[in-house]
Design a protein around this ligand. Sequence first.
Ligand SMILES: Cc1ncc(COP(=O)(O)O)c(C=O)c1O
Length: 361
Amino acid sequence: MNKYNRIFNFAAGPAMLPEEVLEIAKNEMMNYKNSGMSVMELSHRSSLFNDIITEAEDNLRKLLNIPFNYKVLFLQGGATTQFSSVALHLLKNKAAYINTGHWSNRAIIDARVFGQVDVIASSENESFSYIPDCSNLNLEGYDYLYYCDNNTIYGTKFKKVPNSFGIPLVCDMSSCILSEEIDVSKYGIIFAGAQKNIGPSGVTIVIIREDLINESSVYTPNILKYKIHSEKMSLFNTPPTYIIYMCGLVFKYLLNNGGIKAQEKKNIEKANYLYNYLDHSKFYKTMADKNSRSIMNVVFTTGNKELDLLFVEEAKKVGLENLKGHKVIGGLRASIYNAMPFEGVVTLVEFMKKFEVQYNV
Ligand SMILES: Cc1ncc(COP(=O)(O)O)c(C=O)c1O
């Protein structure tokens, strides 16, 4: 048994954090750098917090190789708030959206409040189980192209960045950021809620190309204006200070462990191990198209609702938690984000084998 009796948490978010990060947070909790306070109690205007947020941004820039003409913002309101913010800033005439399921659909609904939104590619015809071909979209006259890179609920992921033919490309990377190397220069805006690969819930990272910052609708409230957040270095109002500190610890941890390249290798190994078992099993079925599979969210089922529920209950008894699929599609889902150790996936597969032997009648 491990030191703290910790379980393997397969939740889609909030998700596991690296134990090394939690240890540092624990050790620094009561008196951060001789301030006589915890980070939670520090003023967001203090030099100590300034160091925390500056270092966090610098390290994120290193991890993702973010070009100088991009700003990094630490915002509140979750990834969901960005569904509106993006449209308020970029939607002038009409916007093109790729619909790959629940989260892109939510973004479409929120953007439509502000103007014309056309769904120019979709996988709705096959219950969002695949990623549509987006190599040659007709984007004439559109202000921007929007997509959700990794579809947390359906376990699908774009294998290629859609070709935006020069218009700004906006991407929701909430459930895959920091999981693989990316070329930030292909994007106008990348945003991601922290609670999967970045840190605890409560902050949303926005990486935005500078030339897109100034534009915004007259109806944009100050709290949503990228310009204000950028000028105030994410300190326009009181930011979630402790969450930013935790994200900073995660960034440092990733840098100290080989950066995104090394993390991507680990993620592929974990996902391959699980998919390989699933592909050889006659008991479990995967739900996403093989060519569109996510390496973060592995969605599968026994094909029987009662057995799926029993699976979740039995798994919990042996320390494998939160394996229930999202209510939108049911079934089972193992979210194996960055902080899930390989050992966690091996333990899951061992449990799956036993369950299969017991219930495969
Ligand atoms: C891909 C994706 N986008 C957006 C969201 C919504 O994020 P938030 O709860 O931070 O608003 C989620 C939440 O799980 C998600 O998985």
